[in-house]
Design a protein around this ligand. Sequence first.
Ligand code: ATP
Length: 319
Amino acid sequence: IKKIGVLTSGGDAPGMNAAVRGVVRMALSEGLEVYGIYDGYQGLHQNRIEKLDRKSVSDVINKGGTFLGSARFPEFKEEHVREQAIENLKLHGIDALVVIGGDGSYMGAKKLTEMGYPCIGLPGTIDNDVAGTDYTIGYLTAMNTVIDAIDRLRDTSSSHQRISIVEVMGRHCGDLTLMSAIAGGCEYIITPETGLNKENLLEKIKEGIDKGKKHAIIAITELMTDVNELAKYIEDQTGRETRATVLGHIQRGGQPTAFDRILASRMGAYAVELLMEGHGGRCVGIQNEQMVHHDIIDAIENMRRPVRTELYTLAEKLF
Ligand code: ATP
């Protein structure tokens, strides 16, 4: 291969810029040409493609977001849209594509690969919900953001003996909630893996009040329930003021941490190595500190992320 393309897709994540930089700089150092595609699959379909050089990725390693832009583009599920996309890539003579995004973006990459166009997926999402990797790019940065918010909530909750519910991102994966809750010393953790049992939660909150706890922080993953209604239910049942805080998009922003910058740089460079070795239809991961790659279809359809049972148990014990 001589020319590769790179795009970022789906929800943005801190470290995506560092990943693009990793792809660009590695490709250039190996004598390849690199093209940036703007706004994910949407820009690919609209042929918004530009050649990148060393300077295109100067001063981005420390920046959150993605300078290439990202988009949700459901039309990419249609075959004729993807055919147009492949045509655009061929127009520029681009032989292969690196897609940085979450599992939705992997689906797009999988379909392009099935249509004969080689793609490599890099896990860029704060949700840590991609199989075949211990960490996704952006996850640990987002965790620090969540912990910072929990610390602040703890200060004010303790002062007022208030119960706080904090809603954390993650879609259908509880990793970000679980880890942030352990680091933030939250009393109650509700994730898609644990499910929500209101009666049980109430019982535990009452137990905490009996223990003399001044604050109660409940960390819950998004999309599980209406947190404001849950707050009202708890307040009605306990007689204690209860407030919900939805952290929302704040979790996506900010400077990537050292770990995410290094992870993204390694993964970006590794994707180029894989393409040069002739691989396609693979996704990159980090497992036990090593760069690994898996079949992208396998990662989407068959591989499951491990449920961290031991960490849920730990959180219970530290209650
Ligand atoms: P995150 O979960 O962090 O938001 P994601 O990559 O999972 O990231 P999605 O919105 O699910 O985010 O997917 C990103 C884009 O990938 C979609 O907008 C669409 O263009 C493409 N995509 C998703 N699913 C498919 C599919 N089944 N076929 C083709 N393209 C898809």
